[in-house]
Design a protein around this ligand. Structure first.
Ligand code: ATP
Length: 287
């Protein structure tokens, strides 16, 4: 499947049904309020937040530390209830983790079992799938292990793999459930810069091949620009949306060429400036 989404303009190349389906709204936030109360302190994170996420998009969520990026992902995943308002998934209000969405955490070591091999970890993603023969289960596991580039490592244990390889196992385990939405909270922040660059390309390749929407939280503006078709930049709580940026850089993206594109630099600069100025204004010396 070749993906050439142009969400910004209606000038889409060829109107085929699959492409049209990918542009429908898959997730809608309707007038969301979110307040945390802890230790007598009330923290109002979101106030009347409304937003639509297009099916098949790659949306990154960025913003200053503590602005509510993870909270937004948890609201969408049904892991946190909104204080007011609704989250709709394919038009249905969610009131708990919905089938069809899956979460990949930053700490891959928490997502995979150290006592299971790669193939056993990936097979765990199928544990709620009934009516699948042992042979088909093995074949599907191998297919997803291959998708994340780990063929040949089926019988290895996590401790025998690098951090990047362990995160690949976590991704395969998430994808084998065939989710419609993949939610990723800083999934690459615990690996070194080069591994991260390789995992970014791997993720784009997977997104290109599978009919999924990716929601991706990151602190790294460059990572967001490299990966995303759209970027939501949140401001300080109680916030509404600070910036909503369409990233009109062609796919497939390339770590060298895309990052050298003047449009890449100007989007990065715009978002970096906005977030940096907010972080700076919050420094104790500035108060
Ligand atoms: N369960 C909770 N109870 C009380 N406060 C919470 C809870 N979860 C998050 N918070 C607070 O809500 C605010 C937003 O947290 P959140 O983790 O969503 O922000 P973030 O933008 O993802 O942060 P970071 O960039 O530092 O990872 C923070 O001030 C945090 O301390």
């Amino acid at each position: 499947m070749q993906r050439r989404i142009d969400e910004q303009t209606a000038a889409v190349k060829v109107e085929v049904p699959a492409a049209a389906a990918r542009r429908k709204t898959i997730i809608q936030l309707v007038d969301i309020d979110k307040t945390y109360t802890s230790g007598g302190r009330v923290l109002n994170i979101f106030s009347s937040l409304s937003y639509k996420i297009v099916d098949g998009s790659f949306l990154s969520i960025v913003g200053p530390s503590g602005c509510g990026k993870s909270t937004l992902l948890k609201l969408i995943a049904g892991l946190e209830p909104p204080t007011a308002g609704r989250v709709l998934f394919n038009g249905q209000a969610i009131d708990g983790p919905p089938k069809g969405m899956i979460y990949v955490f930053q700490q891959y070591s928490k997502s995979i079992f150290p006592w299971r091999t790669v193939i056993e970890n990936v097979a765990f993603g199928l544990s709620t799938t009934r009516n699948i023969s042992r042979k088909d289960r093995q074949a599907r596991c191998k297919e997803y292990i291959d998708l994340v580039g780990l063929s040949g490592y089926e019988d290895y244990y996590p401790a025998q793999l690098s951090g990047g390889m362990q995160q690949r196992v976590a991704i395969a385990r998430a994808l084998i459930c065939e989710p419609k939405v993949l939610l990723m909270d800083e999934p690459f922040s615990a690996v070194d810069a080069m591994t991260r660059a390789i995992l970014q390309e791997l993720l784009l390749n997977i997104w290109d091949r599978l009919p999924i929407t990716v929601l991706f939280v990151t602190h790294d503006v460059e990572e967001a620009v490299f990966l995303s078709s759209r970027i939501l930049s949140l401001g300080r709580p109680p916030n509404t949306i600070k910036e909503d940026v369409m990233v009109d850089l062609a796919y497939p993206r390339d770590q060298i060429e895309t990052r050298g594109d003047p449009d890449f630099s100007s989007i990065r600069q715009r978002l970096f400036k906005s977030i940096f100025l907010q972080e700076k204004a919050d420094e104790p010396a500035a108060r």
